[in-house]
Design a protein around this ligand. Structure first.
Ligand SMILES: [Zn+2]
Length: 68
């Protein structure tokens, strides 16, 4: 089900070969769920929620809602 690797802190989804988040400098996890594609972060409620949880600016791109 899950593809790629996600960051535990900023929730950004990366390709399988990205073992460490380039933004947060922490290891990524292959266990995650709730894929969302953020196209327009300024207008996205989901982007705001992710920002509140991560304390990191959400950019347009691929994110997940849960990382274990
Ligand atoms: Zn990160």
């Amino acid at each position: 089900m899950s593809e790629g690797r996600a960051c535990r802190k900023c929730f950004m989804l990366y390709d399988e070969n990205v073992k460490r988040c380039p933004v947060c400098k922490i290891p990524t996890s292959e266990t995650h769920s709730g894929f969302v594609g953020i196209i327009n972060p300024e207008k996205s409620e989901v982007a705001k929620k992710i920002e509140e949880r991560s304390n990191t600016k959400v950019l347009s791109g691929r994110y997940v809602l849960n990382v274990r």
